[in-house]
Design a binder for this molecule. Structure first.
Ligand code: PMP
Length: 354
């Protein structure tokens, strides 16, 4: 019996992907060999890498537009510095919307001047700053589209006159955006794409080659592009499972189709948070994330009772991050609507018993 998995990441993936992936670990493509025991230079794996790259670009609507997709290692955290290494010549701009944005800022400061264009730190990052301006002489603006810990999400695609870089780790492939407005997108696989171990980096090639410094090979996007994401041994299992998940999403109807389902799940949960007098939402209403819903009990004295109810309902991963407290329900692409219904029932059950 599978649990209702609201884990923030690593997190739920489609059940059929788990099955296909486990079969490939035993026998890949009927080769009599495991996926993880063949060379990454074997044509069977090269096909996986090619397909993963083209599916990523296709789903984002970025084919034939000068973009390249890479599957790198070191997590999204390594991209915090790789972005600055490759793009920051003199000055960069960052929007500070939470813990991950702050970590990206910390790394980029090592490489040059940095302007924090706005921050929501004054209210423990429970909103997305609005109406800020961006200096026209920066090398790029960096944003975090979805703030996994605080449960806020940038809903618009900004139109500043500078290159746009986005950490989309926790909402990539979940909602439609005009991805062609972004010059560089990165996302750790372990939310909407695959297991931990690879990071998708989508780059508009034309933005590279503008910094003066020497870049170490493993952090040099140009080298990874030239070597077709095979500069060194890629994380073969993580790339394979990502490919399967992207294929699953394509078969479902792509981002347009999953966005509707994600909206339905988010509406169901936020409606209950707003209706139920025992709960209050953490994030500002207009900035609520459709991926990570953060909420608290109005009266903490019923915490043990509520925790017992949701655990008995086979729910996993609902505890909030320590910097917010309360609860966080992560509703990534693969989470069925039924799991949200079960959570809502648990919230209604405590209302009757408290
Ligand atoms: N950015 C965001 C928005 C995240 O949610 C996370 C991880 N939860 C990271 C960056 C860091 O990713 P990683 O652990 O892959 O380095």
């Amino acid at each position: 019996m599978k649990k209702h998995n609201f884990s923030a990441g690593p997190c739920i993936l489609p059940q059929e992907v788990f099955k296909q992936a486990s079969e490939a670990v035993i026998d890949f493509n009927g080769l009599g060999l495991s996926l993880i025991e063949i060379s990454h230079r074997d044509k069977n794996f090269i096909e996986v890498m090619d397909q993963a790259q083209s599916l990523a670009l296709e789903l984002l609507g970025l084919e034939n537009k000068g973009y390249k997709a890479l599957f790198l290692q070191g997590g999204a955290s390594t991209q915090f510095l790789a972005v600055a290494y490759n793009l920051l010549n003199k000055k960069s701009a960052y929007l500070n919307t939470g813990t991950w944005a702050s970590k990206a800022i910390k790394e980029a400061r090592l490489f040059g001047e940095l302007v924090e264009v706005a921050s929501s730190k004054d209210q423990n990052f429970n909103y997305i700053p609005k109406g800020f301006s961006v200096p026209s002489d920066v090398d790029y603006l960096h944003i975090t589209t979805n703030n996994t810990i605080f449960g806020t999400q940038i809903k618009e695609d900004y139109n500043f006159e500078v290159p746009l870089v986005a950490d989309m780790s926790s909402d990539i492939f979940s909602c439609q955006r005009d991805f062609s407005k972004y010059d560089l997108i990165y996302a750790g696989a372990q939310k909407n794409m695959g297991p931990a171990g690879t990071t998708l980096v989508v780059i508009k090639e034309g933005i590279l080659g503008k910094v003066d410094r020497t870049i170490p090979s493993m952090l040099d996007y140009k080298i990874h592009i030239d070597k077709e994401s095979m500069f060194n041994t890629p994380p073969v299992f993580a790339v394979y499972v990502s490919m399967l998940t992207l294929q699953w999403l394509k078969n479902l109807g792509g981002i347009q189709a999953i966005e509707k389902i994600n909206q339905e799940k988010a509406d169901l949960l936020y409606d209950e948070i707003d209706r139920n007098p025992l709960f209050k939402g953490f994030a500002a209403t207009e900035d609520r994330s459709n991926m990570n819903a953060t909420f608290n009990l109005v009266d903490e004295s019923v915490k043990d009772l509520f925790d017992g109810i949701w655990k008995d309902a086979d729910i996993n991963g609902l505890n909030g991050h320590r910097s917010v407290g309360g609860y966080r329900a992560s509703m990534y692409n693969a989470l069925p609507l039924n799991s949200v219904e079960v959570l809502v029932q648990a919230m209604q059950a405590i209302e009757k018993r408290a």
